[in-house]
Write a protein that binds this ligand. Structure first.
Ligand SMILES: [Zn+2]
Length: 108
């Protein structure tokens, strides 16, 4: 039997907001609702986001924004019922490690 592979996903903390949401495909709303992201595109420092429940908005790409902080800290109350985020996606999000630096033993 092969040893079980770690399912942990590592994301570096100091990335731009775009890099974060492009990987997790989730959006922490101000009211504590976690939305699923249908599409995300970046142009000239702005990010256009469309959620699965049909909301579309533009945010500035900043690694210190509220959304980036909330996303890294997993600050949300409940997933959006309209977005129907699949359970595996939430599990993956919960097992994601937001790390400061390169992992030990990681490739350069
Ligand atoms: Zn939603």
């Amino acid at each position: 039997m092969s040893p079980q592979k770690s399912t942990k996903r590592y994301i570096y903390k100091n990335q731009s907001l775009y890099s974060l949401i492009d990987r997790v495909k989730l959006w922490p709303g101000r009211t504590g609702t976690l939305h699923g992201i249908k599409s995300v595109t970046r142009s000239e420092g702005r990010i256009d986001i469309t959620t699965h429940c049909g909301e579309a908005f533009v945010v500035w790409d900043s690694r210190s924004s509220r959304a980036a902080r909330w996303l890294r800290n997993r600050w949300f109350k409940k997933p959006c019922p309209a977005c129907k985020i699949p359970a595996w996606k939430l599990e993956k999000y919960h097992s994601t490690v937001f790390t400061d630096a390169q992992r030990k033993g990681g490739k350069r």
